[in-house]
Write a protein that binds this ligand. Structure first.
Ligand SMILES: O=C(NCCO)c1cc(-c2ccc(F)cc2)cc(O)c1O
Ligand SMILES: [Mg+2]
Length: 214
């Protein structure tokens, strides 16, 4: 039977990247998406903004919602201080299976805990399962209609502290209008928009960075 796009992406990584070299894995995926098949990785333009925010925050606790094939997982994990781990949630088991292999190929498996399942179920379990009190940095890149309910869940579960940074992908395309309205109008967040483009295209998109004020 025909392979899937994530499987073809993994093959491109295994063919063109160097094992244990995260930058070469990132470049191989971007090359594949620019020259072979578009895929919904955050990409290099928005990825550079992601890098700068992660570097600025230098987080000790990190959560990613929406692993997909692990491209942004690799981008984030390669920047974390020694001993810091990130938790990434993925609902789709086929995506998770490819992501595990891409993260391992980059040599970052010891810095990543990939959890499969719906964010609505997993978020309330995080404190107990992973011994986390609050997150320093959260990257939202999963189902766009889950961004708003999940940020409210973070608040309800006490997973945010003064200064927690949330960075959301795709706030323009496909778009997360309710989420944007919430973080931009809530007195509990200081929000800023980083204009960019939909990965590998000229279509407008961008990232929204929101700092929890407590
Ligand atoms: O659904 C998305 N992610 C959650 C599932 O893993 C997603 C979709 C798109 C996209 C797709 C189709 C199109 F026409 C335009 C944008 C882009 C992204 O960056 C994304 O994260
Ligand atoms: Mg995205």
């Amino acid at each position: 039977t025909r392979s899937t796009r994530p499987q073809r992406m993994l093959k491109a990584v295994q063919k063109n990247a160097t094992k244990g070299n995260p930058e070469s894995v990132i470049s191989a995926i971007d090359y594949f998406c620019k020259n072979s098949e578009w895929a919904m990785n955050v990409g290099d333009e928005k990825g550079s903004i992601l890098d700068s925010v992660v570097t600025e925050v230098n987080p000790s606790t990190v959560l990613e919602l929406g692993t997909y094939c692990g491209y942004s997982t690799v981008r984030i994990a390669r920047l974390l201080s020694p001993g810091t781990k990130l938790i990434t949630l993925e609902f789709n088991p086929a995506y998770a299976a490819v992501a595990r292999q891409i993260i391992a190929y980059a040599g970052l498996q010891d810095k990543v805990t990939l959890v499969e399942g719906p964010s609505s179920e997993l978020i309330p379990q995080i404190k107990e399962r992973f011994g986390i009190t609050t997150f320093d940095f959260i990257f939202l890149d999963h189902w766009k209609d889950r961004y708003l309910p999940d940020i409210k869940l973070f608040e309800e579960c006490g997973l945010l502290r003064k200064g927690s940074v949330l960075l959301a992908d795709n706030v323009i395309c496909p778009g997360t209008p309710e989420y944007l309205e919430y973080v931009r109008n809530s007195p509990h967040y200081e929000s800023r928009y980083y204009p960019a483009h939909l990965e590998y295209t000229k279509v407008e998109d961008g990232l929204e960075k929101s700092v929890f004020l407590g």
